[in-house]
Design a protein around this ligand. Structure first.
Ligand SMILES: [Fe+2]
Length: 439
């Protein structure tokens, strides 16, 4: 016989349970979608393509497939699924990227030496992890689900980050091949009239930047805090290849007055004279794309430039790079729309002429270098334990990039998103937007 109180509580509890089941089903579906997209990106590749490591910064495609599975195995399945037995006892050593709290790991620069497990075995590893994750979604106790759901969401965002790295690493690998292989056929846009650059002004004042709220964000995006900005102007669009060629023609790579000292050393040490993937044939510039070698389109946004090149270009142009706070304030009312990986174009697009009423190309196309060092926001504290190694320990000697690229998932980007790379890196889709002080 139920008491009056039980009569009230029982349906409430079942409603709660029902909502938990629905929530788990939603995340299980999201898990399947994101995991499937990783494998879809692999479809144009052959097994031989998946094992090469073209430089220490880039990882083989096979390693990305395994490492993202290892993340779920390590941070969800081991703690969250009773009697879970790891699919392969070597996976922890081979596919741990940088989590010292989890244990020792294979040398990053030698990931291309791991011919075993084979690609086929790696796909089996993914299947085993996926099957165990299905069990987790269905059977984890309510307490376990509540505790680990944030880590599931982190794992999915982590996999989306690796999907972008997968594409940029594949591009670097294919670019080493004299046959200039095509990853995906996509027609290049014809050179078109370039929308004139305009300047959008922003008032001085105290603004708030950084993430707050219940939606997912990486820990490095918060806490939200106040910043003071002097008035500034932001360019209405990205710098184009044509504009960058003008910089090159004006001796951009030969004139030290444009360059930071470290950048000038890189120009000489690395013999830089154009963006990464550019080569000159019979006087014309070509660039390697994921659709093969193409003539450089002057109306496309310039990409694959380092922070040093972006900074030197800005100085040549009589401007500077934005701070990340300026960028975020300027993006506040813009839709999160643009040329993202969902378009499967895998290359920045020229700005459609005629759009000049608002800042354009802020999201998608290329990550935009900012002049902000990647540093913790005020009151930032990394999480306890291994997950705390995700971002915080990299806050040194890197610069922040904003806005996502043509290799980023639209569902992954936020206006508070802080990407970061060392200033000499060029293999991500990195580009330039100018800023200047307002008069
Ligand atoms: Fe990772």
């Amino acid at each position: 016989m139920k008491t009056a109180l039980q009569e009230i509580i029982t349906p409430l509890l079942s409603l709660k349970e029902l909502s938990s089941v629905a929530e788990r089903q939603r995340w299980a579906e999201r898990y399947r979608e994101i995991r499937a997209f990783s494998e879809e990106l692999c479809k144009p590749l052959h097994a031989e393509d998946c094992v090469i490591q073209s430089m220490p910064d880039a990882s083989p495609a096979k390693w990305h497939l395994a490492h993202t599975s290892w993340f779920f195995e390590t941070f969800i399945l081991r703690p969250g699924l009773a009697n879970y037995r790891e699919a392969d006892p070597h996976s922890s050593y081979l596919f741990n990227s940088y989590y010292n709290a989890v244990g020792p790991m294979h040398c990053r620069a030698r990931r291309g030496m791991i011919s075993r497990p084979t690609l086929e075995e790696t796909y089996r590893y993914r299947e085993q992890v996926d099957a165990a994750m299905t069990s987790f979604f269905e059977r984890a106790t309510e307490d376990r689900w509540r505790e680990l759901k944030p880590v599931v969401v982190l794992g999915l965002n982590h996999e989306q980050q690796h999907q972008e790295l997968f594409l940029t690493d594949i591009k670097h690998m294919l670019a080493q091949n004299p046959l200039c292989p095509v990853y995906a056929h996509a027609s290049g846009e014809e050179p078109s009239a370039v929308t004139p650059l305009r300047w959008f002004g922003f008032d001085e004042g105290i603004y708030s930047i950084g993430h707050e709220g219940e939606d997912f964000a990486f820990d490095n995006e918060g806490p939200r805090h106040r910043v003071f900005l002097d008035k500034f102007e932001l360019a209405s669009r990205l710098v184009t290849n044509g504009e960058y060629i003008e910089f090159m023609k004006d001796g951009g790579y030969e004139r030290p007055e444009f360059w930071l000292s470290l950048g000038w050393s890189m120009v000489h040490d690395q013999k830089w004279r154009a963006p990464l993937y550019w080569e000159q044939r019979d006087g014309d510039w070509f660039n390697f794309t994921l659709s093969g070698l193409r003539r450089v389109n002057p109306s496309e946004p310039v990409c694959h430039v380092s922070y040093f090149e972006a900074d030197a270009y800005a100085r040549w142009a009589g401007a500077r790079l934005p701070t990340e706070a300026e960028w975020e304030v300027a993006s506040a009312n813009l839709p999160l729309a643009g040329n993202f990986v969902e378009e499967k174009h895998f290359h920045p697009r020229p700005l459609i002429p005629g759009r000049s009423g608002e800042l354009a190309q802020m999201f998608g196309d290329v990550w935009e270098w900012t002049r902000s060092s990647y540093a913790p926001y005020p009151r930032y504290e990394p999480a306890e334990g291994a997950i705390g190694e995700y971002n915080g320990k990299f806050m040194c000697n890197q610069y922040v990039l904003r806005g996502g690229s043509c290799a980023t998932s639209q569902t992954h980007i936020r206006r508070t998103y802080r990407n970061f790379f060392a200033p000499d890196k060029r293999w991500q889709f990195m580009g330039i937007r100018l800023t200047k002080a307002a008069l």
